[in-house]
Ligand binder design. Structure first.
Ligand SMILES: CC(C)(COP(=O)(O)OP(=O)(O)OC[C@H]1O[C@@H](n2cnc3c(N)ncnc32)[C@H](O)[C@@H]1OP(=O)(O)O)[C@@H](O)C(=O)NCCC(=O)NCCS
Length: 328
């Protein structure tokens, strides 16, 4: 995180915090401004935000109230045009754009900000839906997904203990093609945020045909698709977790593989496996879990856990700022 924060400070990006009157968010905004991690903007009623802030110094942070913004009507018109085929009326568009989350994604869409962080009080769905509807996927990317940077104490795993796990937060039951797309996006996160050269394992309960089942077939197809769409990436599948991570097991079960035994990007078959997997490693192995980091959106938007701390918000803002730098 120190490396990511320093990188964020190097070229400050404008990051929006739509939960502007949420107490942890207000504290985080003060720290982000003081440390120079980003040009931070709290969205909401200025009166409410200042009341929540109390003595907290908000000098370096901006406050924008969507209801009083000169852009509100223009955003509502744009939103209506974008969503009228989905049944959105002009009235509904105006009401929607008064919502700080929608106002934030409209600001980003109009190049008035670089990214947003939310989720201290909103669910994952409520945080991501405006971004999925308005910002949409980056060119050439079919799906938005998420990854965690996991730092395990035992440095023999991954890249000196650093691994990427995906998708642990968004896609519930991805198809083979979607898994391949998640792997490509995770490889990019591995390089740009974790600074590691990706070695991707497409995980299963089978290694190279050791079990036969339609669920295994999906991972075999996903691996083939990944090799087709990203031939330059180091990947192998289907692999069991031990074959992916432990050299002796990897070489026994997938001899000659460039990845088996050394994988640092683990692609889970579905959200049940991914979400359970990262939480087990976090709790039982004492790993630091940074994320979920959204990948594949045209502009960066990240979701917080509702149990997040002030420091977690600062970290996710730094990650979002670095993602924005990388999107140039
Ligand atoms: C991401 C998620 C929140 C989207 O939920 P949703 O709003 O119900 O999704 P919808 O199917 O209504 O889609 C809304 C829009 O987003 C788009 N969309 C949904 N998922 C997408 C994805 N993964 N990538 C790109 N676009 C996506 C849809 O195409 C749709 O666009 P449109 O309205 O312009 O047609 C949903 O996948 C989800 O709930 N995932 C699980 C989250 C969770 O519980 N995680 C637990 C651990 S944190």
């Amino acid at each position: 995180m120190d490396v990511i924060k320093k990188k964020a400070m190097g070229e400050r990006k404008k990051i929006l915090l739509p939960e502007g009157d949420e107490p942890r968010t207000v504290q985080a905004a003060s720290l982000i401004a003081k440390q120079g991690i980003a040009d931070v903007v709290l969205l909401g009623s200025e009166e409410k935000i200042r009341k929540v802030a109390g003595e907290t110094d908000l000098a370096g942070a901006r406050i924008i109230d969507p209801e009083k913004s000169e852009h509100l009507q223009e955003f509502a018109n744009q939103f209506y045009e974008m969503r009228k085929d989905k049944g959105v009326t002009q009235e509904a568009a105006l009401a929607t754009c008064k919502d700080t989350l929608y106002f934030a994604v409209m600001m980003i869409k109009n190049n008035l900000a670089d990214g947003m962080v939310s989720g201290a009080i909103h669910s994952t769905g409520d945080t991501l839906r405006p971004a999925l509807q308005v910002i949409k996927t980056a060119p050439g990317i079919s799906i938005v997904s998420s990854s965690f940077i996991m730092e395990v104490p035992d440095e023999k795993y991954g890249e000196k203990g650093v691994l990427i796990f995906a998708d642990c937060a968004i896609n519930i039951n991805p198809t083979a093609d979607e898994l391949a797309a998640i792997a490509v996006a995770s490889a990019s996160t591995a390089k740009s945020l974790a600074g590691i050269e990706p070695k991707i394992a497409m995980l299963s309960f089978s290694t190279k045909g050791s079990a036969k089942h339609e669920l295994v077939d999906k991972i075999v197809q996903a691996t083939a698709k990944l090799k087709e769409i990203a031939p330059g990436l180091m990947c192998d599948g289907e692999l069991q977790a031990d074959a992916a991570l432990v050299e002796s097991v990897g070489q026994l079960k997938s001899p000659g593989s460039p990845v088996a035994g050394h994988a640092n990007v683990l692609i889970f078959p579905d959200l049940q496996a991914g979400n359970i997997g990262y939480k087990l490693v976090q709790r039982l192995a004492g790993a630091e879990a940074i994320g979920p980091i959204c990948q594949g959106l045209a502009r960066p938007v990240n979701d917080l856990s509702r149990g997040c701390s002030v420091e977690d918000i600062v970290s996710v803002v730094a990650i979002t700022a670095v993602q924005a730098q990388n999107m140039k």
